[in-house]
Write a protein that binds this ligand. Structure first.
Ligand code: ADP
Ligand code: TRP
Length: 326
């Protein structure tokens, strides 16, 4: 049994990319592992600076995750800021990280390239993420491909810390989804909240159907075979097993196929697949006290683990001065 750990930002409505890249895999992992999962609202502060938006998105993300199958009674599930020890360990780790490492972080470089003025929080984001992982002894960290660099940085920090101060932290393994490396968005780019090209997991039927209908397709004539190297095929394939994927590929290869029909079918497939989750979500929305109680219990369990690693790190670094000989 391994400790599998991952977090997700409450920076907007969760979407199919989040689901297939990370959430569904976490939910599967919980069957045979010691799962640690959290909503990273400290990280979201780097971009959301509005009280109502952040608090609403945070609770929403927690409810969505539980609706999709994350079982807080079996796994450890909490809100990042309910275990503030991660802030202390972020400071401890900050002292072993070279500025050059953070300069190379792609998420930061991308924002700079877009002309945004990043705050210090965004700059040190990878250290907070490393804290999230190291403070709970995460062994396997399932994330989408876009988080690979952050995980490599985490490994570097753990190795460096252990070299300088002795073995304190577990060096985590990367676990990047190999088949569906990145879920495409409506426009074919990576589906991302920041690109406005997402298909949300929950919302009114009409609005979500409209999103599916707006998946970008090419202008291949109806009498011609259609390419499967497209967002429409790739999105549909996420819901299908191997045989069904072959059938879909044949449908694309057969002249006469209308993109509009495929989009309708894909929407129906999505809507049916997510129907039990919508019901569970409605239930949880009506039982907010249960949700809050589970999150509180999760934070207590996670906090106890954090305390152990933090006290080892403090001791190793010389912050416990009581036994010093003067
Ligand atoms: P976003 O890019 O929409 O802000 P996040 O950065 O909050 O998404 O990502 C949360 C998790 O979902 C991460 O593990 C990330 O790798 C994964 N993820 C996000 N978008 C995709 C995508 N298009 N395909 C696969 N995984 C994704
Ligand atoms: N940076 C991750 C993202 O944007 C979220 C995250 C924060 C995370 N802390 C983590 C993921 C710890 C895995 C483990 O998706």
């Amino acid at each position: 049994m391994k400790r599998v750990l991952s977090g997700i930002q409450p920076s907007g409505n969760l979407h199919l990319g989040n689901y297939f890249g990370m959430m569904s895999r976490m939910i599967k992992y919980q069957e045979e592992n010691d799962l640690f999962c959290f909503i990273v609202n400290y990280h979201a502060l780097t971009t959301i600076q509005d009280k109502k938006t952040l608090s609403k998105n945070t609770l929403n993300a927690a409810i969505d995750f539980m609706a999709l199958g994350l079982d807080p009674e079996r796994s450890t599930f909490w809100i990042q800021s309910d275990v503030p020890q991660v802030c202390e360990s972020t400071w401890l780790l900050s002292n072993i990280v070279n500025v050059g490492l953070l300069d190379r972080a792609t998420s930061y470089k991308d924002k700079m390239a877009k002309g945004l003025k990043p705050n210090v929080g965004l700059y040190s984001y990878p250290i907070l993420m490393a804290s999230d992982i190291l403070l709970f002894g995460g062994e396997i960290v399932p994330v989408g491909k876009d988080q690979k660099q952050h995980l490599e940085m985490t490994r570097d920090m753990a190795i460096r810390f252990n070299q300088i101060f002795g073995d304190v932290f577990v060096v985590p393994e990367l676990d990047i989804e190999k088949t569906n490396q990145l879920v495409p968005g409506l426009d074919g780019q990576k589906m991302s909240k920041s690109y406005g090209n997402t298909i949300p997991l929950f919302g009114p039927e009409k609005a979500i159907r409209k999103r599916f209908m707006s998946i970008v397709t090419d202008s291949t004539d109806i009498d011609q075979p259609k390419s499967i190297d497209t967002a429409l095929y790739q999105l549909y394939a996420l819901f299908l097993n191997e045989d069904e994927q072959k059938e879909l590929a044949e449908r694309f290869a057969t002249p006469g196929m209308r993109y509009g029909d495929v989009k309708q079918d894909l929407f129906e497939c999505f809507w049916t697949t997510f129907s039990p989750y919508r019901e569970k979500r409605d239930y949880l929305l009506n039982h907010k006290d249960y949700v809050l109680g589970q999150l509180k219990a999760g934070a207590e369990k996670a906090g106890a683990v954090a305390d152990v690693y933090l006290s080892k790190a403090r001791e190793a670094m010389g912050l416990n001065y009581g036994d010093a000989i003067v």
